[in-house]
Design a protein around this ligand. Structure first.
Ligand code: SF4
Length: 101
């Protein structure tokens, strides 16, 4: 009986520790990065100079990219929805990400 109680208490403590750690170390994700990534061609070829489409999407949302045409396989059908999306989803301070094709 003592073993069951001991293991139950240990399980509870470890569970609380994991829950606390998950809250402390959680990473805030900007949903716009995921959405822009979905709008890119998805070849993950690296021709844009970034480590895959997600890396390029992160750079776009961070405002580090001037032209979407850095994505070589991309076409207007990719660029136009990204530009429209970014116009509709400004930064937290209200500024918009201005990017060209
Ligand atoms: S060039 Fe375009 S398709 Fe290739 S990794 Fe960069 S964003 Fe993705």
């Amino acid at each position: 009986m003592a073993a069951v109680i001991t293991l139950s208490i240990m399980g509870l403590l470890f569970g609380l520790g994991l829950a606390y750690s998950a809250e402390i170390f959680k990473v805030e994700i900007d949903q716009r990065v995921e959405d822009v990534d979905e709008l890119l061609p998805g070849f993950n070829c690296g021709a844009c100079g970034y480590p895959g489409c997600n890396g390029f999407a992160e750079a776009i949302v961070a405002g580090e990219v001037d032209k979407l045409s850095q994505c070589k396989p991309g076409k207007d059908e990719h660029y136009d929805p990204i530009i429209a999306y970014l116009e509709d989803h400004p930064n937290k301070d209200g500024s918009t990400i201005n990017i060209k094709k």
